[in-house]
Design a protein around this ligand. Structure first.
Ligand code: FAD
Length: 475
């Protein structure tokens, strides 16, 4: 998928001048212009292919960010922020080239305040490093996208990342207290707070979380932490069908049984696991990985209650992963699922739709029926406790592409009919931009475009994302 944009393209001379000014002001050690180096910044971990940027700035301080934005203003050359490049919708892909502002060099954990239960971090901190650092202090930062070993917190904030633990603990937005934000017009603001509560003025922090790098560039990020749970229990449940598994999830949640994760894998995904050597019983048409936490005694009780709840709700088998190793193997298979699926076909488009949890079974039925009727290969897995399903469409021959596009549009229409939303955690980026109007009415889209113009009147910050009319079909 070649990403494209309706944004005004800068001239070749403006691009050359921008590269020169960056080198002069930041020094060659922070600015790469070699096309081979720049080429690795043209895309993220999605199918969107951006243009090779004209320059990549590896910023080390807030002053570097300010200097880069000044060059963008002076030359009219756009800037695309990039954290770790694991995005799934082309958010970090520079659709018309220009400058990539890379945050790998700003990866410091500045403060972990145990008494206030707060962390202040730079945007390039890899999430798993943050987890390890706060857990060493007896604290916990719950958001856990499955890319946690490779994604960075700046990208998490820009995408409002979720993950398996969102069902109990919420998503990134629920933990961002404050942001240092660099505006493309030159201002540097601190929005939000260090306190647990605070309602002064508009919730600008809330607006910036999930803004996909289109409104402002983040510097320091202030995060709320919670106490680390003592104990975690993991259950593995098999069901005859994905529908049965989804209905069991609703039944167990309705009984008030608390789970901190509830991941569903459909039959096609189980086939992939079996092919990779994981022992999954042959009559299972779906699998749930469930976690509970608490102090040791509470956790034991929760394992018993939740396991009993799923047993009553029709599980074929309820297994409790006692040993840490067994649990780790299970989770590493789940966390690597996205990349493993990527290797199963020449092409993949992955959607991350959400529906109200009570109708997840209907969405799973749609995915199965659609595959049977139209023959487009798909696999579905995801965060069942949140009604968030990752539907992956796989194909090899290029001429199958239009059928995949049609399947995606049918999926989105069904999701909207069921009262759902196009993206639960990956954002709109380039890939879903053509479908925004399926979910959002024109006045709402216009309001958001007006906001974008207020922050970025010249359209210099991450152009071509969220609102563009051309992309998905532009190849
Ligand atoms: C195997 C795999 C599993 C995944 N599982 C999950 C999952 O469970 N849950 C989930 O939510 N996502 C998941 N993702 C998607 C991805 O990891 C997340 O979207 C993540 O938040 C992106 O972080 P990143 O650091 O890679 O950001 P990037 O891809 O570098 O950037 C993402 C967006 O953030 C913007 N941005 C980056 N830095 C800044 C900054 N300093 N200021 C302003 N904007 C900025 C970029 O412009 C871009 O729009 C998965 C991806 C993979 C490959």
């Amino acid at each position: 998928v070649i990403a494209s944009s309706t944004a005004l393209e800068p001239s070749a001379s403006a691009r050359a001048r921008a590269a020169l000014l960056l080198e002069q002001r930041l020094g060659p050690s922070k600015v790469a212009t070699d096309p081979d180096v720049c080429a690795s910044y043209a895309r993220d971990e999605s199918e969107a292919v951006g243009r090779v940027p004209d320059a990549v700035v590896t910023c080390r301080t807030g002053d570097d960010v300010v200097a880069t934005l000044a060059v963008a203003r002076e030359t009219g050359v756009p800037v695309t922020p990039r954290a770790a490049g694991t995005g799934r919708t082309g958010g970090a892909a520079p659709v018309i080239g220009g400058i990539v502002l890379a945050f790998g060099g700003m990866s410091g954990i500045k403060d972990i305040d145990r008494r206030e239960q707060i962390a202040v971090v730079e945007p390039g901190v890899v999430l798993a490093d943050l987890h390890r650092a706060v857990e060493a202090e007896g604290l916990f930062y719950p958001p856990d996208p499955n890319s946690l070993e490779s994604c960075a917190i700046g990208g998490n904030v820009a995408e409002n990342a979720g993950g398996p633990r969102a069902v109990a603990y919420g998503v990134t937005r629920d933990y961002v207290l404050g942001l240092e934000a660099f505006l493309v017009g030159g201002a540097q603001i601190f929005c939000g707070r260090r306190t647990r509560k605070g309602v002064t003025g508009y919730d600008v922090t809330g607006l910036l979380v999930g803004s996909e790098g289109t409104l402002a560039v983040f510097g320091d990020i202030t995060l709320r932490l919670v106490p680390k749970p003592d104990s975690v229990g993991t259950l593995l449940l098999t069901f005859a069908t994905a529908r049965a598994a989804a209905e069991a999830v609703t039944a167990v949640i309705e009984q008030g049984l608390p789970m901190r994760c509830c991941e569903l894998l459909d039959e096609a995904t189980l086939d992939a696991l079996r092919a990779a050597g994981h022992p999954v019983r042959s009559d299972a048409g779906a699998l749930l990985i469930v976690e509970v936490d608490g102090d040791e005694a509470l956790c034991e009780r929760r394992v018993e209650h939740v396991g009993g709840g799923f047993d009553e709700a029709g599980a074929l088998e309820v297994l409790v992963a006692r040993a840490g190793r067994q649990r780790d193997e299970l989770w590493s298979a789940r966390r690597e699922m996205s990349r493993a699926v990527r290797r199963m076909a020449k092409n993949k488009l992955a959607e991350d739709v959400v529906v109200p949890r009570t109708v997840l079974s209907e969405l799973l039925d749609h995915v199965r029926r659609d595959q049977e009727e139209h023959g487009v290969r798909s696999m579905a897995y995801g965060h069942a406790g949140d009604g968030n399903l990752h539907v992956n469409y796989l194909w090899d021959a290029d001429d199958e592409r239009p059928r995949v596009e049609a399947a995606i549009e049918r999926l989105f229409r069904r999701v909207v009919e069921l009262g759902g939303t196009l993206s639960g955690e990956h954002g709109i980026g380039v890939l879903k931009a053509p479908y925004l109007s399926l979910e959002q009415p024109a006045p709402l889209v216009t309001l958001q475009q007006d906001l974008k113009r207020t922050f970025d009147p010249a359209g210099l910050l991450n152009p071509g994302k969220i609102f563009t009319g051309a992309s998905h079909r532009a190849c």
